[in-house]
Write a protein that binds this ligand. Structure first.
Ligand code: SAH
Length: 453
């Protein structure tokens, strides 16, 4: 049977894809259906038909899966932010664990691996300390803010995202009221005209400090004092700034930050380490799970106080500073100069003297330090971006032969690839921990402990 666009059919969902979409078959023809879960019987409409597979849209659930839950968020389907809200949290964790173990088995060739722990959240909502809301106008011309619909730039109006903190709604209400009153136009991507592009909000979970940053297509904003006056009595308000982005691109933030009211940064803690966070700083978005993730990295590193530790892809040095409390010396390597500046400042702020940071590519810095300066390591921690570790990093680690390698990963496919190489040589995979940093979303973080054989 040949399928084509707009065909309507009934299928049973039997599997789940990497983006959390349901997968079902109709007479051998595979269909990917967003918003369905394993066990659903659904009526679907084909949106795009390829030769052997297609993409379909859910029309209605004919028989719900026992694992299906009613999404809490009213815009769960339209919004591109969450992919797994239709699945019970328990099953979300199972999906993530299976994804990691499946990749380790298929790509890494590891058999019989169990997870040492699966770290979920007790309350898998309102965990994000950062939110970025695009501002625009609805079809009817109303000023709106919310989130982009999946794979598009049309804004789904929503001021109360259930992944963000409750105070966000009040802040957005006040900023939009200010914009109405002072005739401040939202930016229009199509014309490049208008002023306010995004609203960036951050909240320090341990300190209660709030940051508001308006990203604008210009160098100033009308009635700036009225904006400040509208926001400053919100409990916890600490920093109000503007960020200038006049480029016609998809990047949210520009480089220049202009203070409006209060400090230019907020303060927060991971464990007992204090961080100053500016609008441009990278900072993990789920502070509760970050502590569990880095706590596990620290546990796996098993430090006694005598070790030399390298933290590759160190970002603002979060893991480095966490480790420095228990190690003799920590060295961090990161490609983004501004992140290293943050790392150095945060080390000073916390009076941590045994952490040193280098700007550069891990695949250049590590081999150079090893070959020219003969540096060594007892433990190497890596936390690379999704593409995983560069070959030169892996080869240098194999030459350096640290007793332990702790691999923190946001992509279990590249993790499995890299572990395979390390374990074909001198290492053995000892432990795998799965950490859910993004409940309701599909991404998952993993920490692995490798020991030298
Ligand atoms: N552990 C860090 C976050 C790591 S995210 C923290 O908690 O803050 C991965 C980091 O790797 C990013 O900061 C990215 O800028 C950096 N990076 C990407 N490619 C790199 C490379 N080739 N060498 C070094 N760092 C790199």
């Amino acid at each position: 049977m040949e399928y084509k666009k707009n065909d309507i059919l009934t299928i049973d969902i039997e599997d789940m894809g990497h983006d959390g979409e349901g997968i079902g078959k109709s007479e051998g023809y595979t269909l990917f259906v967003k918003d369905t879960v394993i066990g659903d019987r659904a009526e679907v409409k084909i949106m795009k038909a390829k030769k052997n597979y297609g993409y379909a849209r859910l029309l209605r659930i004919l028989r719900p899966s026992p694992d299906r839950t009613e999404p809490k968020c009213p815009v769960a389907r339209a919004c591109g932010g969450c992919q797994l809200q239709f699945l019970s949290y328990e099953k979300q964790l199972e999906f993530k664990k299976n994804k990691v173990l499946g990749n380790l088995q298929r790509i890494g060739g590891f058999s019989g691996i169990e997870a040492d722990k699966v770290m979920g959240m007790e309350e898998p909502w309102r965990y994000r300390n950062k939110a970025q809301f695009p501002v625009g106008r609805s079809k009817e011309g109303k000023l709106i803010t919310g989130f982009y619909a999946g794979r598009t730039h049309s804004i789904v109006a929503s001021r109360d995202c259930l992944l963000g903190v409750e105070v966000n709604k009040e802040i957005l209400d006040r900023i939009l009221a200010y914009m109405e009153a002072c005739h401040v136009e939202p930016y229009n991507e199509k014309t490049g005209k208008g002023l306010v592009r995004h609203i960036l909000l951050r909240y320090g979970f341990k300190t209660g400090e709030i940051m508001v940053c308006l990203i604008i297509n210009g160098n100033r904003i009308p009635a700036q004092d009225r904006l400040a006056a509208a926001l400053m009595d919100i409990p916890g308000m600490t920093s109000i700034t503007l960020n200038v982005n006049t480029k016609r691109n998809n990047v949210i933030l520009g480089e220049k930050v202009i203070p409006v009211w209060g400090k230019e940064y907020i303060t927060d803690y991971i464990g007992t380490v204090q961080y100053q966070i500016s609008p441009l700083s990278f900072y993990q978005v789920n502070p509760i799970q970050t502590e569990k993730l880095y706590g596990t990295a620290l546990e796996y590193a098993g430090l006694t106080g005598n070790e030399t530790v390298w933290d590759l892809y160190c970002g603002i040095g979060t893991i480095s500073l966490f480790l420095a409390q228990k190690a003799k010396q920590v060295y961090g390597v990161e490609i983004v100069p501004a992140a290293i500046e943050d790392a150095k400042r945060n080390a000073k702020l916390n009076k941590i003297a045994n952490a040193e940071f280098f700007v550069g590519k891990a695949e250049e810095v590590l081999p150079e330090k090893y070959e020219k300066e003969g540096i060594q390591a007892d433990v190497i921690v890596v936390d690379p971006p999704r593409k995983g570790c560069d070959g030169a990093v892996l080869q240098t680690m194999l030459k350096m032969q640290p007793e332990k390698i702790v691999y923190v990963s946001c992509d279990s496919a590249t993790l499995a690839r890299d572990l395979k190489l390390l374990c074909e040589n001198a290492y053995q995979l000892e432990k795998v921990a799965v950490c859910d940093m993004f409940p309701q979303g599909v991404h998952v973080e993993t920490v692995c402990l490798l020991k030298r054989r």
